[in-house]
Design a protein around this ligand. Structure first.
Ligand code: AMP
Ligand code: ZN
Length: 466
């Protein structure tokens, strides 16, 4: 029995899909104006664990993840500039070029983290018509009003507005007196469509029944989730920061338009923090996967590191902790390379593992069960069987890495090793170092001993980093 903590009810609930055995998931995806940082990537790792857990439980999963390539403004609550347009100006590229470049980079990051691809990655800019249609429905039902800079959703018309975040609407209204947009009827109202500025030209803009402009950020998710998954659908995911504004507003629009819930279960992952500060662009403390790799850590070590915390707890990033995760992963790879071909697994641990992940995706516990298997008295073949099963959820590329580690060492790598041993005997340190790098590039590590060096396959740095 799978239990998930639903933000909407604030309870861990038994999960039952709307249609037997089939689950629809919508995950709010990245805003593609820059590389994703490892904080962002945690939100997608969490969605991946969720999806893998559902698959492990025998459900069929349809997963949609949007790509935000327009309309996400630098400020909360409809202030500031479009992140894509601003980044394009700063980098002197077109917004379209940037979106395409960073979408590719994002998909590359997902792959290197061994995150299963969504069934569809719909782009906001490909769904402008769907969004306009949805705004028209809201307009007909009297939920919209016009200001000088756009069409807004009137949150005052929705009695249960803010239910996801249990928003203190009155408090918000008081607290937001400093609101810069005096045209809004309430600070919680939000833009559905924004007009292009009159004094400058936007790159991304479209005709609409209300004038030339671009969609507000929230409307894309309402339009695309309903289009691909129907309404209601099963599970909606995102980072915890989406609760008070983005997801609250998605719910408001979709439920006002169609008079039924948007999604049954809402799941949110906590932040990655450094010294208690959230990782983020404006905080100036962000790290990318590439930076981790440059320091010699694999993407899968980051995956392992993230799995060590529950998705609803903050994940405190330190280099020491990442080092620990890399070592643990390498030890795991080394352990499974010793085992013989898999056979009937360790039933007691398999049921403990299932219990752990089905308890609101308790990955720290699931990892602990996996290590118990490694340290147990079961024969290697039984351990391997169970561990490879677990890896369907953990996604640490164990089967692939084991295969690689067991492959015989190719002749050319053996030759490089011999040349390096000779260089070391002759104290040609620079040459020896160059040869070591070449060996590493071929996927092997040369470890020096008193009697020359020993080669071992380097544990997989990730599916696409070979
Ligand atoms: P964005 O690309 O800004 O739309 O963000 C993508 C995802 O990253 C969202 O689900 C955010 O909630 C999430 N996110 C942003 N910062 C962090 C962080 N420091 N730790 C974890 N998740 C984050
Ligand atoms: Zn969204």
């Amino acid at each position: 029995m799978l239990k998930l903590f639903n933000t909407l009810t604030r309870k861990k609930e038994e999960f039952t899909p709307l249609v037997k055995n089939r689950v629809g998931i919508y995950s709010c995806g990245p805003t593609v104006y820059d590389f994703a940082h490892i904080g962002n990537l945690r939100a997608f790792l969490f969605a991946d664990i969720l999806k893998r857990t559902l698959l492990y439980n025998g459900f069929e999963v349809k997963h949609i993840m949007n790509i935000t390539d327009v309309g996400h403004l630098t400020g909360d609550r409809d202030m500031g500039t479009d992140k894509l347009e601003q980044a394009a100006r700063e980098k002197q590229k077109s917004a379209w070029e940037l979106a395409s470049y960073y979408t590719d980079a994002f998909l590359h990051d997902l792959k290197s983290l061994n995150i299963l691809n969504a069934d569809k990655f719909p782009k906001a800019t490909d769904h402008i018509k769907d969004m306009i249609k949805l705004i028209e429905v809201l307009e007909k039902k009297g939920f919209t009003y016009r200001t000088t800079d756009g069409i807004y959703f009137d949150t005052g018309k929705l009695p249960d507005y803010g239910k996801l975040a249990k928003l203190d609407i009155e408090g918000l209204r008081e607290g937001a007196r400093v609101e810069v947009n005096p045209d809004k009827r309430s600070p919680t109202d939000f833009a559905l469509w924004k007009f292009s500025p009159s004094d400058s030209k936007r790159e991304m803009e479209w005709q609409s029944p209300w004038g030339v402009g671009f969609p507000g950020w929230h409307i894309e998710c309402s339009a695309m989730s309903t289009k691909y998954l129907g309404q209601p659908f099963d599970i909606h995911t995102g980072g915890i920061d989406h609760i008070p504004v983005h997801h609250t507003n998605e719910i408001a629009q979709s439920e006002a338009a169609y008079g039924k819930p948007l999604a049954n279960v809402w799941l949110h992952s906590e932040f990655v923090v450094i010294d208690e500060t959230r990782m983020g662009k404006s905080e100036g403390n962000l790290l990318t996967l590439e930076e981790l790799q440059k320091r010699g850590y694999s993407s899968l070590a980051y995956r392992y590191f993230a799995l060590q915390a529950h998705y609803r707890s903050k994940l405190n990033f330190t280099w020491e902790a990442l080092e620990g995760a890399q070592n643990a992963l390498n030890n795991l790879y080394a352990a499974i390379a010793e085992y013989k071909e898999p056979q009937i697994g360790c039933a007691e641990f398999e049921s403990q593992f299932l219990e752990a992940i089905n308890d609101d995706l308790d990955t720290p516990k699931a990892l602990a069960v996996m290590w118990e298997v490694v340290h147990s008295d079961y024969p290697g073949e039984a351990k391997l069987q169970s561990i490879l099963q677990f890896d369907k959820v953990l996604g640490l590329s164990l089967a692939e890495t084991r295969r690689k580690l067991l492959k015989p060492i190719p002749d050319d790598v053996e030759k490089l090793k011999n040349q390096r041993d000779k260089a070391r005997e002759e104290k040609k340190w620079q040459l020896s170092d160059e040869l070591r790098k070449k060996i590493k590039k071929s996927g092997y590590i040369a470890k020096d001993t008193d009697h020359g060096s020993v080669l071992s396959a380097s544990p997989s740095p990730g599916p696409d980093e070979e």
